[in-house]
Design a protein around this ligand. Sequence first.
Ligand SMILES: *[C@@H]1O[C@H](CO)[C@@H](O)[C@H](O)[C@H]1NC(C)=O
Ligand SMILES: *[C@@H]1O[C@H](CO)[C@@H](O)[C@H](O)[C@H]1NC(C)=O
Ligand SMILES: *[C@@H]1O[C@H](CO)[C@@H](O)[C@H](O)[C@H]1NC(C)=O
Ligand SMILES: *[C@@H]1O[C@H](CO)[C@@H](O)[C@H](O)[C@H]1NC(C)=O
Ligand SMILES: *[C@@H]1O[C@H](CO)[C@@H](O)[C@H](O)[C@H]1NC(C)=O
Length: 666
Amino acid sequence: MAWLLYVVAVCALVAPAQAVVGGDPAAPPEPDAAVVFTQKHGYSARCEGLRDETRGYYTFAGIRYAEPPIGNRRFQRPVRRYLAGEINATRLCPPCPQVDPRGSGRIIGHEDCLCLNVFAPKMPGEERGSPVIFFIHGGNYRTGSIAAYGGQHFAQQDTILVTAQYRLGSLGFLSTGDRDASGNAGIFDLRAAMTWINNYIEFFGGDKSRIVVMGQGSGGRTASLLGLSGETPRESRSATGVAALSGAPLSPGAVKSDPKKHAEEIAERTGCPKQPAERLLLCLRKLPAEKIIEADKDVLMEMVDTEAFLEEIAGNAGVGVRVEGEDDKRGLPPLVAEDPSDSIKKKHQLGPMLTGVTSAETSRAVFGKYAKFLSNQLSQVQDFIKKDLIGGLKKTVQGVEGLNPLKLPGVQRAVPLLDYYQAVFDNSMKAIDGLAQIAEATGDALFNFPAYQSVREWSAGAPALMYSFEHVGNLSKGSHFIPGIALTQGADNPSENVQQKGKGPAHGDELAYLFEPLDDEGKPLNQSVSTTDAEVRQSFVSLFAKFARNLSSNKTRDEKLFGFIPYSTDGEQYLKIGKTITLDKNFRFCQIGLWGEMSDRLTDTFCKNHLEQILNLPKLISPVAIQVDKVGKIPLHNQGIPLLMPKPTTKPNWNAFNNINPFGIA
Ligand SMILES: *[C@@H]1O[C@H](CO)[C@@H](O)[C@H](O)[C@H]1NC(C)=O
Ligand SMILES: *[C@@H]1O[C@H](CO)[C@@H](O)[C@H](O)[C@H]1NC(C)=O
Ligand SMILES: *[C@@H]1O[C@H](CO)[C@@H](O)[C@H](O)[C@H]1NC(C)=O
Ligand SMILES: *[C@@H]1O[C@H](CO)[C@@H](O)[C@H](O)[C@H]1NC(C)=O
Ligand SMILES: *[C@@H]1O[C@H](CO)[C@@H](O)[C@H](O)[C@H]1NC(C)=O
């Protein structure tokens, strides 16, 4: 344990990037020493990290993978940096500039932040290298760092964890929508880190033919985009699988529709010219980084209505990823050439995808940061649920390419989504139930349905699997890893148990079941862990470790994951992560039917009956009376049928899975 103390305090590139003259390093290191020698691109380096003596794994922290994006390099694509010379990899880098997510209001961090950490189970040897997980932190592209994410648990399952920082806020994502300020610098940072992995991970005992790009929240959306980037040069197309936690390729906020708007507001607040883009950038490059981040903050502060609430929890507020288009007319290949739904249709999937949600994603935002605001709206605004909330969610969902069922030609609106939610709320009439209703609706619209739809679409080109994390435990909450975003901020009064009200883990609450929570300096928190929590952690980590281990460069469609068939339209099974991992079917059957306007689900007696029961309605129309048209939708004249969204009682077909323990965990 003691070694970790040092991690906190140590790691910088001691020598400038230059070739080591004179050939091989002197003495070979002891077998257990945390020293790695690399030779690549004509440079050699000696990289010294730390070894955990008790558990026998290695940490290399604060390795710069790109030149500092300062001066003229601000807003530009990163310039790669090779490993060269003596590298002291025992000290974390500062986070990228951001508003202090812990609420001090200060701007923290430094522009020289493009670093990565490597947690490795073993040094290279005779046996096959370990599979690699490359993790992208969340924080809605404006906060977060890699400090909190420790790789101990992955290392114990023979898996390397690499985490990398990327530019945040306008420094990473400012775009005017044209080539002079083409945006996505932060995503190019991550791709540079992937190139680094491809170049060097073998020296750290890794197997570069098995790399999962994984992320959570906005990081999950980014991982999906990197896993779809068909145009990336071969050398950096190293990912062989995608793990997208609580953020999927078809999530709202995966790509931004109007990046220019934010750039204009930044110009206004900094006194820089709005255009041409070139002059805006020149002007912004002269400002201290803090001024730019401060301007980002001011833009977000102005919003205080339902739309702002939805934008924020959907990850749509502020800066984000831009679809660059095929050609920026400078011959620079784009990374996000098209909308993710188009890439999926063209089967640009680099490999299998594992994606999932926590069971109460938005509950902390609803019962915490926004509780007061929402309660006021509920009591003061007529039809708030129907008009503002569900109306707003519908607009959000419909704004996402590939999610919007209404964009199919010739299909009419079939389902009274608005009436349904309003009716449920009217029936209960208590503000607290109203909040529960809001938590459920926002979770379904912004997380559950997009995850489901992403798996469905992805599986047409490569295997895909979905999980639902439902374990309520005592490990660190989402706010430890991703402080400063509404989805993880609980009530002001910490004694209020948001999880209880939200009936399950919220956004980010699964992270401590994958990563060892470290403090700002990289020290472990030393929490006591119950047997149950330890078991859940063991199997959840194992799920991802096996996902990474089982990848091969052969991406045949019918490749099995964990020995069972992944999602297919007639199977629809998903993994339920509770005290144990089980297979289940029909994830939020009626709710997804409603948001996806899936007539087969909605006309299912199961969904219908529940509706009638809860709303206490007379039987309006019997199921047989519903005509489904050729396109598979309920025709217009049946629009009046309200539908309810209970948990399905249908049992999964267990016969198919009898005696299978897909995870090998007792
Ligand atoms: C690495 O940096 C730490 C902290 O700055 C220092 O204590 C340590 O001696 C350095 N190691 C080497 C090999 O220079
Ligand atoms: C969490 O802590 C409470 C109180 O100590 C305990 O009763 C409960 O069993 C714990 N839950 C888990 C999953 O360990
Ligand atoms: C955790 O325990 C280790 C070893 O006992 C100690 O060095 C470290 O300071 C502790 N971390 C915290 C945050 O207390
Ligand atoms: C990939 O598939 C091809 C043809 O099915 C086979 O010849 C090749 O050996 C496979 N490669 C790996 C690494 O499994
Ligand atoms: C993947 O898992 C299956 C079933 O557990 C196993 O048969 C197969 O060998 C694994 N593939 C790789 C590449 O490890």
